[in-house]
Design a protein around this ligand. Structure first.
Ligand code: OTU
Length: 634
């Protein structure tokens, strides 16, 4: 079969059947142009998924009609900067916030825009804000209606107004696209529960035997909530696939009607005015019996098909991948025809790993293998987010370094939950697996880096170290190629918060320890430079300003540099004659460097951008404890 010929033939037939009326002639011609350019890519991805379906033509017609109808609707004012490669700029600095934890609702969040501006933020990820079940909704990741904003946060109009207000200030809005599952209160799930066969086919309903077979090869994500990946529905005597909580039902993408329906929901999200869609839990979207049901090749066909729809319907929007999986699998989602942006969970986890071990070998070796991604795609670099930290690295690399993967992960969990003698960290375990002992870690940046324990011990040296650790981590994060992403409260040095233990809907989910309602007091504390919080807030603000003021932070050429010590991490960025050499000492000791730096910088003197000090490189050979340098030519 000639797939190009088939695609063109199908498109010609569809164009004759589709209803373009009500579109202005200009919109119609743009859309036909995009369809002509983009249909092949869509067809190429859908054919392997649904080519055997007798009704594929019907589904394609419904799909494209939805794209046409989308163009009849009005979007909020777009951002002025129309550069297609905006994500490569050093002006980008992001933050992830819960609407009701930073403000109260969408209307009051508009009042926080000056705070974003003062911090230098131009990319705001609003955590899920759609209608979701009362009580536990997995922090909003169980969606009951993609088209309706949660009434607790406001109205759809409020969200559009917020998008316009952000855009006016040059700030991009990021929304979640939670397409692996819906809540069990979504109208599709309700219909399925009521016995509607059409909607039961939207999910994975099966008998016990089948569920047991799948469970044999599928990883457990929330083992403390429930064993296995299924939830029994007594009223139907069926098991439904629930990778996460029992109220989050996985969508069945082997059914083309689900793909089409979810594209329609995606277009509704875009009507709110977002610039980036964060693809939640994308590793799980395709399932096949006898496999791990994660990162399967057809998951990529499916995501590329969504992307092809996006390119036809709303090419100004890009996808961000949220794959918290093996690094090789993380990278497979990153491509100009799949996800333009991706979280960088490998660097995040290994920065914490190196702080604990005071060794950077695993970080170096892992980034050497995985940091390079295709041209015109970008990492989103972060230190903390709303989720736990999982120790995901490639074990062939740790093996090569003589590190036992299982033992080392156990050590890291002990270390970051403060059970390892001498640990500086005050984290909390998350989802300990009773069978294999797996566990992840929660906590705010400040608490994990040692601020909480240092304050409790009233020890100025420990506190100094903790703040320097935060400086080192941020200094790497803000200087690596990619978009640095802050997590709400970490810019204010907020500590862990135990209020969730009193809330029955949150007590079983320790991620709430780092999801604190930010109060006036948190902001006031961060304004006082004599407090640890004030020092943290200031160092982060300064780094952002320096990053934005120097084009070198947009340089594409990137190289990891070894300075001859396992306690150091260094890298170099270069653009023409312009050089940035970043050196971080992740230990509490003075560390000598073996090579002289003038060769690396291409000059006898350097300037440390962080304090404007000139350094004579011929005599510079010692890095201070937990120090961080951003060196350029003086
Ligand atoms: C995501 O994370 C979200 O970030 C979580 O907040 C949600 O609970 C979850 O999906 C369900 O919507 O298991 O612990 O990549 O690690 O997708 C976090 C695999 C999660 C998972 C990730 C998921």
């Amino acid at each position: 079969m000639d797939i190009t010929f088939e695609a063109q033939k199908t498109l010609q037939r569809l164009l004759a059947e589709l209803d373009f009326s009500q579109l202005t002639p200009q919109k119609k011609s743009i859309l036909i142009q995009r369809l002509t350019n983009g249909f092949q890519a869509l067809f190429n991805q859908l054919f392997p998924l649904y080519g055997q379906r007798f009704d594929l033509h019907y589904h394609l017609k419904v799909l494209l009609q939805s794209v046409i109808d989308f163009h009849k609707k009005k979007c909020p004012a777009q951002i002025k900067d129309k550069s297609a490669l905006w994500f490569e700029s050093n002006q980008n600095v992001g933050i992830a916030v819960y609407v009701d934890l930073l403000a109260d609702d969408l209307v009051s969040l508009i009042e926080k825009i000056p705070y974003f501006e003062a911090l230098g933020i131009n990319y705001v990820h609003l955590m899920p804000l759609y209608l979701s079940p009362e009580g536990n909704s997995d922090g909003g990741y169980a969606i009951s209606d993609y088209r309706t904003v949660s009434p607790k946060l406001g109205t759809n109009k409020d969200l559009k107004d917020l998008a316009s207000a952000l855009h006016k200030k040059g700030i991009r809005m990021v929304l979640d696209f939670v397409f692996n599952h819906t809540s069990d209160e979504h109208r599709w799930a309700q219909a399925a529960k009521a016995g509607d066969q059409e909607y039961q086919d939207y999910y994975y309903f099966m008998d016990e035997q089948d569920a047991m077979e799948y469970n044999q090869t599928v990883r457990e994500i929330f083992p403390q909530i429930r064993r296995g990946s299924f939830t029994y529905l007594p009223e139907l005597d069926r098991h439904v696939w629930t990778t996460f909580n029992s109220f989050q039902w996985d969508l069945n993408y082997s059914n083309p009607a689900v793909f089409v329906a979810v594209v329609e929901e995606m277009l509704h999200l875009i009507l709110n005015g977002c610039d980036v869609l964060r693809l939640d839990a994308l590793a799980f979207v395709w399932k096949e019996k006898g496999t791990v049901c994660e990162n399967l090749p057809k998951a990529h066909n499916l995501i590329k098909a969504f992307k092809a729809c996006l390119d036809i319907a709303a090419p100004h929007v890009v996808f961000k991948s949220e794959a918290i999986v093996h690094p090789d699998d993380v990278n497979k989602y990153i491509a100009t025809d799949e996800c333009t942006l991706s979280y960088n969970p490998l660097m995040m986890a290994l920065l914490w790993e190196s702080l604990a071990t005071r060794q950077t070998n695993l970080l170096y070796q892992s980034l050497e293998r995985s940091f390079q991604i295709p041209e015109h795609t970008t990492w989103v670099n972060y230190l903390r987010c709303h989720d736990d930290i999982g120790w995901l690295w490639d074990d062939t690399i740790s093996d090569r370094l003589g590190i036992d993967g299982i033992g080392h992960r156990h050590f890291l969990n002990q270390f970051y939950t403060g059970q390892f003698a001498g640990s500086f960290a005050a984290g909390v375990p998350f989802q300990e697996n009773p069978v294999n002992g797996d566990c992840r870690v929660c906590g705010t940046l400040a608490s994990l880096a040692g601020v909480e324990n240092a304050i409790a011990a009233d020890d100025p040296l420990l506190l100094d170290h903790a703040i320097k650790r935060i400086r080192v981590l941020n200094g790497i994060n803000f200087a690596m190629p990619g978009i640095p992403l802050l997590y709400q409260g970490d810019d204010l040095g907020v500590l862990n918060n135990n209020d969730y233990l009193k809330d029955p809907t949150k007590v079983d989910d320790s991620r709430w320890v780092h999801r604190k309602k930010l109060t006036k007091a948190d902001f006031t504390l961060a304004e006082d430079i004599n407090t640890p919080q004030g020092k943290i807030a200031q160092l982060i603000r300064e780094m952002i300003q320096i990053r934005k003021a120097n084009d070198i932070f947009a340089a594409k050429s990137f190289e990891l540099i070894s300075l001859g010590s396992e306690h150091l991490f260094a890298f170099k960025r270069q653009s023409g004659d312009n050089v940035l050499l970043v050196i971080a000492n992740i230990s509490e000791h003075h560390v000598p460097i073996t090579p002289t730096l003038d060769g690396l910088i291409g000059n006898k003197t350097a300037m440390n951008l962080l304090n404007n000090e000139r350094i004579d490189l011929s005599s510079f050979s010692l890095i201070e404890p937990l120090d961080l340098l951003w060196l350029t030519k003086a």
